[in-house]
Design a protein around this ligand. Structure first.
Ligand SMILES: Cc1ncc(COP(=O)(O)O)c(C=O)c1O
Length: 410
């Protein structure tokens, strides 16, 4: 955390827990990623990482397009200035209602994750002025390759190559209503480094071409996905992208089909993870059974869930940086960093040894600008969502609070 004074000042104004976002960081990370991608490719911001309007505004102003996967993300993207006609609408379970809302808002590009999904899109779009652009989402048949997360290839996303080939007749029946313009491949998040990314994009392109040939779909648009890494809720930086620009430029020039296609990449995490810091206050410090030491913060998995409450993704292991100089002198001792919720699942870190964890101390968790608040159990135990404040160079530009609670409908 570079500016403890700023963070302390903001908590004095807005209280804790507090999410603080630095737009200069978003700019810096965007420019770094953009420089690592071939000039003629598009970069899509995946709003699932963080739909906060100020972050979207920053990225749309820098020339990103948006990847959205719900009506909420669509309206956040529109409010942030992303162009509807250049958005990509994704997701394995699009309802007629949301497809209709997306078309009405001007969205033209959809990632089709099954033949049923494509047929639903065609049905909802029937009678419209233009045929929607359908990118077939390919879930490639991959041999185990070093550094590649296989997660999306073995999950519920997209169509396996065999399923794509078997659907040739269903596709033929849709061609007059959908513009099958190309492919969408997303091989996984948090790929290890520049070499793993290049390998993933190469594998994605190969899969797209295999399908292209067998189905007779000219690949005019190829979205090669993402997976650009950055640490989550721990100190540090994402693996260097040095070398990626050169290797991807070679990849795109190596094949006429790629050279002639519109190429897109997607990123959520790399663009905004580092911009966000969660500041929380230590409410209590106490001993439990066997002398175990607990520090109870006012932020728990309702503020920073990282999907951990769902038994997924993160082992509780956040970095907690004490911001109060006065308490830094106290001894460090392995401590369970827990939140305020009445559940033993509310753990942010186990056995963390940091000095200064005393009641009243302020602690910061870095790298939570992506998959922070909106990936948390925000409704659980009905605590008000934290304030989110956005600044540039210390000047506060926007202050938000996520809506919570039940609205009675009938
Ligand atoms: C299709 C798709 N695109 C983009 C992303 C964003 O990934 P990241 O935030 O790691 O860049 C995801 C994440 O799950 C995804 O499923």
């Amino acid at each position: 955390v570079t500016d403890a004074g700023l963070l302390r000042g903001l908590t004095a104004r807005f209280g804790t827990p507090l999410y603080v976002y630095d737009l200069d960081e978003v700019d810096a990370r965007h420019d770094e990623l953009r420089a690592a991608l071939p000039e003629r490719s598009r970069l899509l911001y995946s709003l699932k990482a963080n739909p906060l309007p100020a972050l979207g505004e920053c990225l749309s102003a820098r020339g990103c397009d948006a990847e959205v996967s719900s009506e909420g993300e669509l309206s956040a993207a529109l409010a942030s200035g992303f162009c509807a006609a250049r958005m990509l609408y994704t997701g394995p379970g699009k309802s007629e209602r949301e497809i209709g809302a997306a078309l009405a808002a001007g969205v033209r590009r959809f990632s089709c994750e099954s033949w049923t999904d494509a047929e639903r899109l065609a049905r909802v779009a029937e009678g419209g002025d233009e045929r929607p652009v359908a990118l077939l989402r390919v879930s490639p048949a991959l041999s185990a390759r070093a550094g590649l997360s296989m997660s999306s290839a073995v999950a519920q996303f997209g169509l396996h190559e065999e399923a794509l080939f078997q659907g040739a007749e269903r596709m033929a029946a849709l061609r007059d209503r959908l513009d099958f313009a190309g492919f969408h491949v997303y091989l996984g998040t948090q790929l290890r480094d520049a070499a793993a990314l290049e390998e993933a994009f190469r594998a994605a392109a190969e899969a797209a071409f295999r399908v292209s040939e067998r189905l007779g779909v000219e690949p005019r648009v190829v979205d090669l996905g993402g997976g650009f890494p950055w640490p989550f809720a721990t100190e540090g930086e994402g693996a260097s992208l040095v070398g990626l620009h050169a290797s991807l430029t070679v990849l795109l020039e190596s094949d006429a089909r790629l050279a002639n296609a519109e190429i897109a990449f997607e990123s959520g995490r790399r663009l905004c993870a580092s911009s966000g810091t969660l500041v929380s206050r230590v409410i209590d410090v106490k001993r439990g059974a066997f002398g175990k030491r607990y520090a109870v913060l006012d932020a728990g998995i309702q503020t920073l869930g990282g999907l951990s409450g769902l038994g997924r993704v993160m082992r509780p292991s956040v970095s907690a940086i004490v911001l109060d100089a006065a308490s830094e002198g106290s001894a460090s001792e392995p401590t369970e960093i827990v939140g305020p919720l009445c559940t033993p699942a509310d753990v942010l870190a186990q056995g963390l040894a940091v000095a200064g964890l005393t009641p009243g101390a302020l602690v910061a968790v870095p790298n939570v600008g992506a998959y922070g608040l909106t990936a948390s159990l925000t409704g659980f135990l009905s605590r008000p969502p934290p304030i989110e404040v956005v600044h540039r160079g210390g000047e506060v530009l926007a202050v938000y609070r996520l809506r919570a609670g039940h609205a009675r409908l009938a």
